[in-house]
Design a protein around this ligand. Structure first.
Ligand code: PLP
Length: 406
């Protein structure tokens, strides 16, 4: 077993070696520009892009022409939110989202607010889910767009997307979902679920970073954010990143082919982790619904430990905590706060993201690591007491404190 053990699959995943193999020829031999129409270098690139587009479309039940390649879910979310709100000014200026969204939704929303869009941030229940009735109550005639993530990146809960989309659309609003964590892991079907726009990114499902897509339902117009050569039907200009797109396509095909088996294996390992932690320790609890949940995801609070010490002690396990989720800021999780988890408990929470390359032996090792670490952190350190009643004290002992073990 090589250390540290990677269990941070919500942050990113290792690129599957089969994906790397598929990409390499598009750096070395087939380096053409997919927009070059007059030679075989261009045709090879164009065909590879078409094949990848189909694979991604199949994975989410879309038609290939409904996909716009982007640099990832952040860009897809920006294009969806800003592009739709801009194109729908006639119709209204109200957008609805949820307080537990990723920053790649919340930050574009903040920008839109500066530009005069009204944004409603809906609360979630204690289990992390948005109640469709809460959404129904907030819809207005001016609501243009509802954006609710499919799966949460911190706690792994799956929102009732099909029902939320139905509620949104019945009020005349469009429905967008940031499905970065769900695509490739659980079945996603934009037709069955009634989704108008969907964001995905390859590096969350064993593909490369810097490539993703936005699904835009046929007939829906949005204002592009990048103008240039009119690539992607004018919705996102710039020469296509062919090797990355090939990688995205291969990653999508692999996930599609292995989804049922992989989900079952992830569920078994996730349950082994949770049962193992419960056997090893008292005072452990899962954040978010245990039922509506990604198969590979678990967010656990360890009562009575200091979050910083917990994370510092986890040297052999690569995970994230409720304190370090947004890399540059040291603030505790807004997602756990929205669930009503107190700040100290949020900081003492660990997000486990299992993946394709984890083993049961690694799970057992992680359980053991946490058992000994948490037990150690909970063991009370000897209490020291000021010996201020000590008759031996010199009269001017000042700052020099005499300590005695209690
Ligand atoms: C990772 C993630 C993103 C950002 O994706 P990038 O491809 O890194 O831009 C957005 N939303 C969610 C829910 C994510 O998990």
């Amino acid at each position: 077993m090589t250390l540290p053990i990677y269990m941070d699959g919500h942050a990113t995943t290792r690129v599957d070696p089969r994906v790397v193999d598929a990409m390499v020829p598009f750096f070395s031999e087939h380096y053409g520009n997919a927009a070059s129409r007059h030679h075989q270098f261009g045709w090879a690139a164009r065909d590879a892009v078409a094949e990848a587009r189909s694979a991604v479309a199949t994975l989410i039940g879309a038609s290939p022409r409904e996909l716009v390649f982007t640099s990832g879910a952040t860009e897809s979310n920006n294009l969806a939110l800003k592009g739709v709100m801009d194109a729908s000014r006639e119709h209204g200026n109200h957008l609805i989202t949820v307080s537990t969204e990723h920053r790649a939704i919340l930050d574009p929303c903040a920008r839109l607010e500066q530009q005069g869009v009204t944004v409603s941030y809906l609360p979630v229940r204690e289990d992390g889910l948005l109640d469709p009735n809460t959404l129904a109550d907030q819809l207005r005639p001016t609501t243009v767009l509802v954006s609710v993530m499919s799966a949460n990146n911190e706690i792994g809960v799956l929102q009732p997307v099909a029902e939320l989309a139905r509620v949104a659309r019945s009020a005349g609003a469009l429905f967008h979902t940031d499905a970065a964590q769900a695509v490739g892991k659980v079945p996603v079907d934009v037709v069955a679920d009634g989704i108008d726009l969907l964001s995905l990114t390859a590096h969350k499902f064993y593909g490369p970073k810097g490539i993703g897509a936005l699904f835009v339902r046929r007939g829906l117009t949005l204002t592009p954010m990048v103008d240039g050569g009119g690539h992607e039907s004018g919705r996102r200009s710039g020469s296509l990143n062919v090797p990355a797109i090939v990688g995205l396509g291969r990653a999508a095909a692999l996930c599609q082919a292995g989804m049922a088996d992989e989900a079952a294996r992830m569920t078994r390992m996730r349950d082994r982790l949770w049962v193992g932690l419960q056997r090893a320790l008292t005072g452990v609890s899962v954040n978010g619904s245990l039922v509506a949940r990604l198969p590979h995801s678990l967010n656990v609070t360890f009562d009575g430990v200091n979050g910083e010490q917990l994370l510092m002690g986890l040297v052999d396990v690569a995970v994230s905590s409720g304190a370090a989720c947004s890399s540059s800021r040291v603030e505790s999780s807004h997602v756990l706060a929205a669930l009503g988890v107190p700040e100290s408990a949020a900081r003492a929470s660990v997000r486990f993201g299992l993946g394709r390359f984890n083993t049961e032996a690694e799970v057992d090792r992680v359980v053991e690591t946490l058992r000994s670490l948490v037990t150690g952190l909970r063991t009370p350190v000897p209490v020291f007491e000021l010996a201020d009643d000590d008759p031996e004290l010199p009269p001017s002992w000042g700052e020099e404190r005499v300590l005695k073990v209690n």
